[in-house]
Design a protein around this ligand. Structure first.
Ligand code: SF4
Length: 282
């Protein structure tokens, strides 16, 4: 096997890194049981390690005991859930990503000024559910331009536009153009898109141009890892998505002259290092 090109952007984004540091600190302090509302990271190996340290995952706040310490993950949570947890006596540790937090604050400010939210995002995604709660759930959520073309809007209302942090900027720009044309008045646009995902995809595409195949490391349930693998496959380069180093297809890799290595935003650096060393050993 020849050269290996490792992506510099591979691994944790700032928000995931911060959230895990906060969780580590809570664990090290000891005391009441620690819960997260849903998995704090979409990586089964990391989640198993936290389970061994006593961290419980629950999707249902009724299962969380009073006085528990609850770490809010990077996506954030809806205001009403936060209030219910506080009412149950939970001690909240807010690990919402600062970028998501900023989007929540801006949405609350514009809603308080009487504007209606247009939100580009996946309706069922936890981050979107959280963002909507800051608009008092008075909002249009849509997944792309095709969803809002032909929509009947009351042009006497004032609107503002925002996006889930992981949305595509190109699609967002098309929506800005369409809505500004439709409404014929000023449309405040919140700059809420985070470039962490795009930067990973762009670097993966640049590496894909130089290699025979690409190894993408990350949880099978991690949306951004799967997307990274699809983006590479989309330009005709074979992409191998693995969760664990033991899944590397050794024969195939030995016959490749150049291999790219990247990882999703929820993949720990230690795991990427192990895969990198395995590739070097082959
Ligand atoms: S992708 Fe961006 S917005 Fe989402 S957690 Fe990471 S840094 Fe925060």
């Amino acid at each position: 096997m020849g050269k290996i090109i490792r992506a510099e952007t591979a691994g944790f984004c700032m928000g995931v890194d911060l959230a895990l540091r906060k969780l580590d600190k809570v664990i090290s302090e000891g005391g009441h049981p620690v819960f997260t509302l849903g998995p704090i990271i979409h990586n089964p190996q990391v989640m198993s390690a936290y389970a061994r340290q006593g961290v419980s995952v629950s999707e249902d706040i009724r299962q969380i005991p009073n006085q528990a310490r609850v770490v809010i993950r990077a996506h954030g949570i809806p205001v009403d859930i936060e209030n219910k947890l506080l009412a149950r006596g939970a001690k909240l540790v807010d690990a919402t990503c600062p970028r998501v937090k900023r989007a929540q604050r801006l949405i609350r400010k514009h809603t308080a000024e009487g504007e209606h939210l247009f939100l580009l995002g996946e309706p069922d995604h936890p981050e979107v559910q959280g963002l909507l709660s800051y608009a008092d759930r008075k909002a249009h959520v849509f997944e792309g331009l095709s969803d809002i073309r032909g929509i009947d809007l009351d042009t006497r209302n004032r609107y503002f536009l925002a996006a889930q942090t992981t949305q595509d900027r190109g699609e967002f720009n098309k929506i800005i153009e369409y809505l500004q044309g439709y409404l014929q008045n000023s449309l405040p646009v919140l700059d809420t898109i985070c470039d962490a995902t795009r930067q990973r995809q762009q670097e993966a595409l640049a590496i894909a141009e130089e290699v025979d195949l690409m190894v993408v490391v990350g949880g099978y349930n991690s949306g951004n890892t799967r997307r990274l693998s699809q983006v590479v496959a989309g330009v005709g380069v074979e992409s191998i998505h693995i969760e664990q180093p033991g899944e590397l297809p050794q024969e195939k890799l030995r016959s490749a002259a150049k291999i790219g290595l990247t990882a999703g935003a929820s993949t720990p650096r230690s795991l990427i290092d192990v895969v990198y060393r395995k590739l070097l050993e082959l």
